[in-house]
Design a protein around this ligand. Structure first.
Ligand code: ATP
Ligand code: MG
Length: 261
């Protein structure tokens, strides 16, 4: 199948990386063959999976430089069904070069083509910017998962993202869809949450996923140990919520595949 989902919104600190890492880990625990690609030069996904510099042999920058095959950039992780491509942009010079070459929107898409059939899901962690590498990620993707931090509602960021999606659809990927909006750092019974949800429902109700990810400091804590939460505290509410999110997305996609058959 090889469904490619970018986790994306032009807003920093809303849980993109946490969602990409923990969703990918949960899908892999469910024995879906999963590849996580870190498309954010900041490299936070690598930290969250316990990849220190000396463990990274190649990554995204090698794909953009055409210096290594994509197969060479794929790393095994502590989870059997989870593979990982790190960002490995570790100098300003390289980052500049990388931004330039990513003007070609289809470099990532062309590379992924050769390995897509090896996976059930490919999850891409995007940076909070809408250009270069994000354009490449969305050109490669079947859909976008949009994380929104509760109480930090940015309808303006969602509106900008929707405009950008429309531009990508017109110029490089007419089939790009919205997988859904997932509320992160959700606080039940809070006035701010209530207001955020109401506003979102007014405009984007059809995209809202049923699963919400509650505030859980363990999600932050687990990254210090270089583990997705499911490997750190499997019975925590954060780990279970990401399993729920994986279940919701997997069942939704399996229903669609059944219908097509
Ligand atoms: P950036 O735009 O900088 O890449 P991001 O959108 O990827 O940020 P994250 O790095 O995933 O956001 O999360 C920002 C911070 O919030 C991190 O410290 C993370 O551990 C914490 N965090 C994420 N999700 C939760 C949660 N559900 N509960 C508590 N803390 C969380
Ligand atoms: Mg991030």
């Amino acid at each position: 199948m090889g469904k490619i989902i970018s986790v994306c919104i032009p807003k920093g600190g809303v849980g993109k990386t946490t969602t990409a890492v923990n969703l990918a880990a949960s899908m892999a625990i469910a024995e879906k063959r999963t590849l996580l690609i870190d498309a954010d030069p900041f490299g936070a996904s690598a930290i969250a999976l316990g990849f220190t510099q000396n463990k990274i042999r190649a990554g995204i920058s090698d794909i953009f430089n055409h210096s290594k095959s994509i197969n060479y950039t794929i790393h095994n992780t502590d989870i059997k069904f989870l593979n990982f491509i790190p960002a490995n942009i570790n100098s300003i010079r390289l980052d500049e070069k990388f931004s330039k070459s990513s003007e070609n929107k289809s470099i990532l898409k062309n590379s992924i083509r050769s390995i897509k059939q090896n996976y059930d899901y490919i999850i891409i962690d995007c940076p909070p910017t809408l250009r270069g590498i994000t354009t490449n990620a969305l050109t490669s993707s079947n859909s976008i998962l949009i994380p929104i931090k509760c109480g930090h509602l940015s309808l303006e960021a969602v509106d900008r993202l929707i405009q950008y999606i429309n531009w990508i659809k017109e110029t490089s990927n007419s089939e790009l869809e919205i997988e859904g909006i997932v509320l992160t750092m959700y606080e039940r019974n809070s006035k701010v949450t209530e207001i955020s949800e109401k506003e979102l429902k007014l405009k984007y109700k059809s995209y809202l996923l049923n699963t919400v990810i509650p505030v859980s400091n363990l999600l932050n804590e687990a990254t210090f140990y270089g583990k997705p939460l499911i490997l750190y505290k499997i019975n925590s509410v954060g780990a279970l919520s990401y399993l729920d999110l994986a279940y919701e997305i997997i069942t939704k996609n399996e229903k669609i595949t059944e219908k097509i058959k």
